[in-house]
Write a protein that binds this ligand. Structure first.
Ligand SMILES: *Cc1c(COP(=O)(O)O)cnc(C)c1O
Length: 373
Protein backbone atom coordinates (compact mmCIF):
# COMPACT_ATOMS: atom_id res chain seq x y z
CA UNK A 1 0.00 0.00 0.00
CA UNK A 2 1.48 3.38 -1.07
CA UNK A 3 -0.34 6.28 0.59
CA UNK A 4 -0.86 9.59 -1.21
CA UNK A 5 0.95 11.38 1.60
CA UNK A 6 2.73 10.30 4.78
CA UNK A 7 2.60 12.97 7.46
CA UNK A 8 3.12 10.46 10.29
CA UNK A 9 6.57 9.72 8.79
CA UNK A 10 7.40 13.45 8.75
CA UNK A 11 6.28 13.84 12.35
CA UNK A 12 8.21 10.79 13.58
CA UNK A 13 11.42 12.34 12.25
CA UNK A 14 10.99 15.56 14.26
CA UNK A 15 8.87 14.24 17.12
CA UNK A 16 11.05 15.40 20.02
CA UNK A 17 11.28 18.95 18.61
CA UNK A 18 7.49 19.03 18.14
CA UNK A 19 6.84 17.68 21.64
CA UNK A 20 9.05 20.36 23.20
CA UNK A 21 7.40 23.17 21.24
CA UNK A 22 3.89 21.93 22.03
CA UNK A 23 4.73 21.57 25.74
CA UNK A 24 5.98 25.13 25.84
CA UNK A 25 2.64 26.42 24.49
CA UNK A 26 0.71 24.24 26.95
CA UNK A 27 2.81 25.58 29.83
CA UNK A 28 2.37 29.22 28.77
CA UNK A 29 -1.28 28.79 27.68
CA UNK A 30 -0.67 31.32 24.87
CA UNK A 31 -3.14 29.58 22.62
CA UNK A 32 -4.21 32.47 20.35
CA UNK A 33 -1.43 34.39 18.56
CA UNK A 34 1.30 34.94 21.22
CA UNK A 35 5.10 34.58 21.13
CA UNK A 36 5.29 31.32 19.13
CA UNK A 37 3.20 32.88 16.36
CA UNK A 38 5.29 36.07 16.42
CA UNK A 39 8.53 34.06 16.16
CA UNK A 40 7.13 32.09 13.25
CA UNK A 41 5.95 35.27 11.52
CA UNK A 42 9.46 36.75 11.68
CA UNK A 43 11.08 33.56 10.38
CA UNK A 44 8.54 33.09 7.62
CA UNK A 45 8.89 36.71 6.44
CA UNK A 46 12.66 36.12 6.26
CA UNK A 47 12.13 32.89 4.36
CA UNK A 48 10.00 34.72 1.78
CA UNK A 49 12.40 37.67 1.63
CA UNK A 50 9.72 40.17 2.69
CA UNK A 51 9.26 42.62 5.55
CA UNK A 52 6.05 41.31 7.07
CA UNK A 53 4.27 38.01 7.62
CA UNK A 54 0.90 37.84 9.36
CA UNK A 55 -0.19 34.51 10.84
CA UNK A 56 -3.79 33.54 10.14
CA UNK A 57 -6.14 30.62 10.62
CA UNK A 58 -6.15 29.50 6.97
CA UNK A 59 -5.03 30.20 3.43
CA UNK A 60 -8.59 31.12 2.53
CA UNK A 61 -8.56 33.82 5.23
CA UNK A 62 -5.24 35.05 3.81
CA UNK A 63 -6.81 35.58 0.38
CA UNK A 64 -9.90 37.17 1.91
CA UNK A 65 -7.97 39.68 4.05
CA UNK A 66 -5.49 40.41 1.25
CA UNK A 67 -8.37 41.49 -1.00
CA UNK A 68 -10.13 43.46 1.78
CA UNK A 69 -6.90 45.31 2.61
CA UNK A 70 -6.74 46.44 -1.04
CA UNK A 71 -10.29 47.77 -0.76
CA UNK A 72 -11.92 45.09 -2.93
CA UNK A 73 -15.67 44.93 -2.44
CA UNK A 74 -19.11 44.67 -4.07
CA UNK A 75 -19.20 45.77 -7.70
CA UNK A 76 -15.50 45.01 -8.20
CA UNK A 77 -13.93 42.25 -10.26
CA UNK A 78 -10.92 40.09 -9.40
CA UNK A 79 -9.22 38.06 -12.12
CA UNK A 80 -7.88 34.58 -11.36
CA UNK A 81 -7.24 31.22 -13.06
CA UNK A 82 -10.07 28.88 -14.09
CA UNK A 83 -8.01 25.87 -12.97
CA UNK A 84 -7.46 26.25 -9.22
CA UNK A 85 -8.80 25.08 -5.87
CA UNK A 86 -12.24 26.55 -5.22
CA UNK A 87 -10.93 28.58 -2.25
CA UNK A 88 -9.33 31.12 -4.60
CA UNK A 89 -12.70 31.99 -6.15
CA UNK A 90 -14.57 31.66 -2.83
CA UNK A 91 -12.32 34.25 -1.15
CA UNK A 92 -13.09 36.70 -3.97
CA UNK A 93 -16.81 36.11 -3.46
CA UNK A 94 -16.50 36.67 0.32
CA UNK A 95 -15.62 40.30 -0.43
CA UNK A 96 -18.70 40.74 -2.61
CA UNK A 97 -16.54 41.06 -5.73
CA UNK A 98 -16.98 38.92 -8.80
CA UNK A 99 -14.40 36.29 -9.82
CA UNK A 100 -13.41 36.71 -13.47
CA UNK A 101 -11.62 33.64 -14.80
CA UNK A 102 -8.77 33.19 -17.26
CA UNK A 103 -7.78 29.90 -18.90
CA UNK A 104 -4.44 28.30 -18.04
CA UNK A 105 -1.33 27.48 -20.01
CA UNK A 106 -1.38 23.75 -20.88
CA UNK A 107 2.29 23.15 -19.93
CA UNK A 108 2.54 25.29 -16.85
CA UNK A 109 -1.01 24.70 -15.51
CA UNK A 110 -1.11 28.37 -14.40
CA UNK A 111 -2.82 31.56 -15.65
CA UNK A 112 -2.12 32.07 -19.37
CA UNK A 113 -0.76 35.64 -19.54
CA UNK A 114 -1.75 35.94 -23.20
CA UNK A 115 -5.42 35.71 -22.14
CA UNK A 116 -5.17 38.03 -19.14
CA UNK A 117 -5.56 41.41 -20.83
CA UNK A 118 -8.92 40.45 -22.36
CA UNK A 119 -10.28 39.63 -18.87
CA UNK A 120 -9.33 42.99 -17.34
CA UNK A 121 -12.01 45.71 -17.22
CA UNK A 122 -12.38 49.09 -15.54
CA UNK A 123 -13.83 47.22 -12.55
CA UNK A 124 -10.79 44.95 -12.06
CA UNK A 125 -9.34 45.60 -8.57
CA UNK A 126 -6.86 42.74 -8.25
CA UNK A 127 -5.25 39.88 -10.18
CA UNK A 128 -4.61 36.56 -8.41
CA UNK A 129 -2.15 34.26 -10.20
CA UNK A 130 -2.14 30.80 -8.58
CA UNK A 131 1.19 28.98 -8.31
CA UNK A 132 -0.44 25.61 -8.89
CA UNK A 133 1.22 22.30 -7.90
CA UNK A 134 4.36 24.11 -6.69
CA UNK A 135 5.35 25.97 -9.84
CA UNK A 136 5.01 29.73 -10.03
CA UNK A 137 2.82 31.37 -12.64
CA UNK A 138 4.58 33.26 -15.46
CA UNK A 139 4.87 36.41 -13.35
CA UNK A 140 6.71 38.82 -15.67
CA UNK A 141 3.97 39.25 -18.28
CA UNK A 142 1.27 39.12 -15.57
CA UNK A 143 3.01 41.80 -13.49
CA UNK A 144 3.61 43.92 -16.61
CA UNK A 145 -0.10 43.96 -17.51
CA UNK A 146 -1.04 44.65 -13.88
CA UNK A 147 1.49 47.49 -13.58
CA UNK A 148 0.34 49.10 -16.83
CA UNK A 149 -3.25 49.13 -15.52
CA UNK A 150 -2.31 50.00 -11.93
CA UNK A 151 -3.88 46.80 -10.59
CA UNK A 152 -2.35 45.05 -7.56
CA UNK A 153 -1.24 41.41 -7.82
CA UNK A 154 -2.08 39.00 -5.00
CA UNK A 155 -0.24 35.69 -5.28
CA UNK A 156 -2.05 32.51 -4.28
CA UNK A 157 1.07 30.71 -3.08
CA UNK A 158 -0.83 28.09 -1.06
CA UNK A 159 0.93 25.29 -2.99
CA UNK A 160 4.26 26.99 -3.57
CA UNK A 161 6.26 27.56 -0.34
CA UNK A 162 9.80 28.32 -1.47
CA UNK A 163 9.12 28.09 -5.21
CA UNK A 164 11.07 30.59 -7.31
CA UNK A 165 10.65 32.52 -10.55
CA UNK A 166 13.75 34.14 -12.04
CA UNK A 167 15.15 36.11 -9.08
CA UNK A 168 11.96 36.08 -7.04
CA UNK A 169 10.42 33.77 -4.46
CA UNK A 170 6.75 32.85 -4.17
CA UNK A 171 4.81 35.42 -2.16
CA UNK A 172 7.41 38.14 -2.68
CA UNK A 173 6.57 39.18 -6.24
CA UNK A 174 3.07 40.58 -5.83
CA UNK A 175 1.82 43.34 -3.51
CA UNK A 176 0.65 40.51 -1.24
CA UNK A 177 1.39 36.78 -1.07
CA UNK A 178 -1.04 34.29 0.46
CA UNK A 179 -0.02 30.96 1.99
CA UNK A 180 -1.86 27.98 3.41
CA UNK A 181 -0.39 25.69 6.05
CA UNK A 182 -3.13 23.10 5.73
CA UNK A 183 -1.50 19.86 6.96
CA UNK A 184 -0.96 18.43 3.47
CA UNK A 185 0.75 21.51 2.03
CA UNK A 186 4.56 21.53 1.65
CA UNK A 187 4.75 23.38 4.97
CA UNK A 188 1.82 22.12 7.02
CA UNK A 189 0.48 22.80 10.50
CA UNK A 190 -1.28 20.19 12.65
CA UNK A 191 -4.61 21.84 12.00
CA UNK A 192 -5.74 24.87 10.00
CA UNK A 193 -3.34 27.79 9.44
CA UNK A 194 -2.27 30.32 6.83
CA UNK A 195 -0.36 33.57 6.39
CA UNK A 196 -0.13 36.73 4.36
CA UNK A 197 3.27 38.17 3.40
CA UNK A 198 3.95 41.68 2.12
CA UNK A 199 6.50 44.47 1.97
CA UNK A 200 3.75 47.08 2.37
CA UNK A 201 3.58 48.20 6.01
CA UNK A 202 0.17 49.86 5.69
CA UNK A 203 -1.46 46.75 4.12
CA UNK A 204 0.18 44.64 6.83
CA UNK A 205 -1.22 46.87 9.56
CA UNK A 206 -4.75 46.58 8.16
CA UNK A 207 -4.50 42.79 7.80
CA UNK A 208 -3.15 42.44 11.38
CA UNK A 209 -6.10 44.45 12.63
CA UNK A 210 -8.74 42.66 10.56
CA UNK A 211 -7.60 39.18 11.64
CA UNK A 212 -8.32 40.22 15.25
CA UNK A 213 -11.66 42.02 15.08
CA UNK A 214 -10.44 45.15 13.34
CA UNK A 215 -8.67 46.62 16.36
CA UNK A 216 -5.92 49.13 15.63
CA UNK A 217 -5.86 49.80 19.36
CA UNK A 218 -7.27 47.50 21.99
CA UNK A 219 -11.10 47.37 22.11
CA UNK A 220 -11.52 50.06 19.47
CA UNK A 221 -12.85 48.33 16.36
CA UNK A 222 -12.06 50.57 13.42
CA UNK A 223 -11.93 48.09 10.56
CA UNK A 224 -14.21 45.20 9.61
CA UNK A 225 -13.34 42.49 12.11
CA UNK A 226 -12.76 38.77 11.67
CA UNK A 227 -11.70 35.94 13.93
CA UNK A 228 -8.85 34.83 11.64
CA UNK A 229 -6.02 34.55 14.19
CA UNK A 230 -3.38 31.81 14.10
CA UNK A 231 -3.32 29.38 17.04
CA UNK A 232 -0.30 29.42 19.33
CA UNK A 233 0.09 25.66 18.88
CA UNK A 234 0.14 25.98 15.09
CA UNK A 235 2.68 28.82 15.32
CA UNK A 236 4.92 26.64 17.51
CA UNK A 237 4.59 23.62 15.21
CA UNK A 238 5.26 25.70 12.09
CA UNK A 239 8.27 27.24 13.83
CA UNK A 240 9.71 23.74 14.32
CA UNK A 241 8.94 22.68 10.74
CA UNK A 242 10.13 25.76 8.84
CA UNK A 243 13.89 25.07 9.29
CA UNK A 244 13.30 21.61 7.72
CA UNK A 245 11.43 22.94 4.69
CA UNK A 246 14.48 23.43 2.47
CA UNK A 247 15.54 19.79 2.95
CA UNK A 248 11.97 18.56 2.39
CA UNK A 249 11.74 20.60 -0.79
CA UNK A 250 15.02 19.11 -2.07
CA UNK A 251 13.67 15.65 -1.27
CA UNK A 252 10.45 16.37 -3.22
CA UNK A 253 12.53 17.57 -6.16
CA UNK A 254 14.62 14.37 -6.00
CA UNK A 255 11.46 12.26 -6.00
CA UNK A 256 10.10 14.18 -9.00
CA UNK A 257 13.35 13.73 -10.91
CA UNK A 258 13.37 10.01 -10.17
CA UNK A 259 9.72 9.67 -11.25
CA UNK A 260 10.67 11.51 -14.46
CA UNK A 261 13.40 8.94 -15.16
CA UNK A 262 11.42 5.87 -14.17
CA UNK A 263 8.26 6.87 -16.04
CA UNK A 264 10.14 8.02 -19.14
CA UNK A 265 11.87 4.63 -19.23
CA UNK A 266 8.69 2.64 -18.55
CA UNK A 267 6.81 0.47 -21.04
CA UNK A 268 3.90 2.96 -21.00
CA UNK A 269 5.94 6.15 -21.48
CA UNK A 270 4.20 6.90 -24.79
CA UNK A 271 0.82 7.06 -23.03
CA UNK A 272 1.95 9.58 -20.41
CA UNK A 273 2.70 13.28 -20.44
CA UNK A 274 5.13 13.99 -17.66
CA UNK A 275 5.40 17.38 -15.97
CA UNK A 276 7.61 19.75 -17.93
CA UNK A 277 8.65 22.40 -15.42
CA UNK A 278 9.66 25.70 -16.98
CA UNK A 279 13.37 26.52 -16.70
CA UNK A 280 12.66 30.02 -15.31
CA UNK A 281 12.36 28.90 -11.69
CA UNK A 282 12.35 26.12 -9.10
CA UNK A 283 9.28 23.87 -8.91
CA UNK A 284 8.64 22.65 -5.33
CA UNK A 285 6.39 19.74 -6.38
CA UNK A 286 3.47 20.12 -4.04
CA UNK A 287 1.96 17.72 -6.56
CA UNK A 288 3.53 15.52 -9.23
CA UNK A 289 0.85 15.65 -11.92
CA UNK A 290 0.95 13.57 -15.08
CA UNK A 291 -1.53 13.58 -17.96
CA UNK A 292 -3.02 10.43 -19.45
CA UNK A 293 -6.01 9.94 -21.74
CA UNK A 294 -7.48 6.97 -19.82
CA UNK A 295 -7.19 8.81 -16.51
CA UNK A 296 -10.22 7.45 -14.66
CA UNK A 297 -9.40 3.85 -15.51
CA UNK A 298 -5.73 4.33 -14.59
CA UNK A 299 -6.79 5.75 -11.26
CA UNK A 300 -9.14 2.81 -10.54
CA UNK A 301 -6.46 0.26 -11.48
CA UNK A 302 -3.86 2.00 -9.32
CA UNK A 303 -6.27 1.99 -6.39
CA UNK A 304 -6.79 -1.77 -6.84
CA UNK A 305 -2.99 -2.16 -6.68
CA UNK A 306 -2.74 -0.17 -3.45
CA UNK A 307 -1.42 3.06 -4.97
CA UNK A 308 -3.35 6.11 -3.78
CA UNK A 309 -3.60 9.03 -6.19
CA UNK A 310 -5.42 12.36 -6.32
CA UNK A 311 -7.09 14.61 -8.88
CA UNK A 312 -6.40 18.31 -8.44
CA UNK A 313 -9.03 19.13 -9.53
CA UNK A 314 -11.78 17.15 -11.28
CA UNK A 315 -13.67 20.32 -12.37
CA UNK A 316 -12.44 23.80 -13.24
CA UNK A 317 -13.93 26.61 -11.15
CA UNK A 318 -16.49 27.68 -13.80
CA UNK A 319 -18.02 24.18 -14.01
CA UNK A 320 -18.36 23.68 -10.24
CA UNK A 321 -22.06 23.68 -9.32
CA UNK A 322 -21.55 26.62 -6.93
CA UNK A 323 -20.23 28.73 -9.82
CA UNK A 324 -23.46 28.57 -11.84
CA UNK A 325 -24.23 32.10 -10.66
CA UNK A 326 -21.11 33.41 -12.40
CA UNK A 327 -22.78 32.69 -15.73
CA UNK A 328 -19.97 30.78 -17.43
CA UNK A 329 -20.66 27.76 -19.60
CA UNK A 330 -18.93 24.62 -20.82
CA UNK A 331 -16.42 25.52 -23.51
CA UNK A 332 -15.47 28.89 -22.02
CA UNK A 333 -12.04 27.65 -20.81
CA UNK A 334 -11.12 24.75 -23.11
CA UNK A 335 -7.57 24.19 -21.83
CA UNK A 336 -8.72 23.86 -18.21
CA UNK A 337 -11.60 21.65 -19.30
CA UNK A 338 -9.26 19.28 -21.14
CA UNK A 339 -6.66 19.21 -18.36
CA UNK A 340 -9.13 18.20 -15.66
CA UNK A 341 -10.04 15.10 -17.66
CA UNK A 342 -6.41 14.00 -18.06
CA UNK A 343 -4.60 14.92 -14.83
CA UNK A 344 -3.66 12.53 -12.07
CA UNK A 345 -1.54 13.40 -9.03
CA UNK A 346 0.91 10.65 -8.06
CA UNK A 347 2.07 10.08 -4.46
CA UNK A 348 4.84 12.56 -3.63
CA UNK A 349 6.36 13.44 -0.28
CA UNK A 350 9.89 13.87 1.04
CA UNK A 351 9.95 10.43 2.69
CA UNK A 352 8.90 8.48 -0.43
CA UNK A 353 11.48 5.70 -0.97
CA UNK A 354 13.06 4.33 -4.14
CA UNK A 355 11.25 1.05 -3.51
CA UNK A 356 7.89 2.81 -3.21
CA UNK A 357 8.55 4.78 -6.41
CA UNK A 358 9.40 1.57 -8.28
CA UNK A 359 6.13 0.08 -7.07
CA UNK A 360 4.18 3.12 -8.24
CA UNK A 361 5.79 2.89 -11.68
CA UNK A 362 5.30 -0.88 -12.09
CA UNK A 363 1.68 -0.49 -10.94
CA UNK A 364 1.26 2.24 -13.56
CA UNK A 365 2.68 -0.08 -16.25
CA UNK A 366 0.34 -2.90 -15.21
CA UNK A 367 -2.64 -0.57 -14.98
CA UNK A 368 -2.19 0.88 -18.43
CA UNK A 369 -1.55 -2.58 -19.89
CA UNK A 370 -4.91 -3.61 -18.42
CA UNK A 371 -6.50 -0.48 -19.83
CA UNK A 372 -5.14 -1.19 -23.29
CA UNK A 373 -6.75 -4.66 -23.53
C1 LIG B 1 -5.08 24.99 0.00
C2 LIG B 1 -5.37 26.09 -0.95
C3 LIG B 1 -6.08 27.24 -0.58
C4 LIG B 1 -6.79 27.39 0.72
O1 LIG B 1 -6.04 27.18 1.84
P1 LIG B 1 -6.74 26.72 3.21
O2 LIG B 1 -5.65 26.83 4.21
O3 LIG B 1 -7.20 25.30 3.00
O4 LIG B 1 -7.87 27.64 3.48
C5 LIG B 1 -6.19 28.26 -1.51
N1 LIG B 1 -5.67 28.16 -2.74
C6 LIG B 1 -5.01 27.05 -3.15
C7 LIG B 1 -4.44 27.02 -4.53
C8 LIG B 1 -4.85 25.98 -2.28
O5 LIG B 1 -4.21 24.88 -2.69
Amino acid sequence: MIPFSDLPAQHRAIRSELDAAISEVLESAQFILGPAVERFERKFAQYCGVKEAIGLNSGTSALHLALLSLGVGPGDEVVTAAHTFIATAAAIEYTGARPVLVDVDPERFTMDPSRLEAAVTVRTRAIIPVHLYGQMADMDPISAIAARRGIPVVEDAAQAHGATYKNGIAGGLGQIGCFSFYPGKNLGACGEAGAVVTNDASLAQKIRAMRDWGQLQRSVHELPGYNYRMDGLQGAILGVKLPHLAAWTKARQRVAKRYDELLAGSSVAAQLRLPRPCPDGAHVYHQYVIRVRERDRLRDELTKRGVQTGIHYPLPVHLQPVSARLGYKKGDFPVSERLVREIISMPIYPELTEEQMSKVVSATEESLATVAT
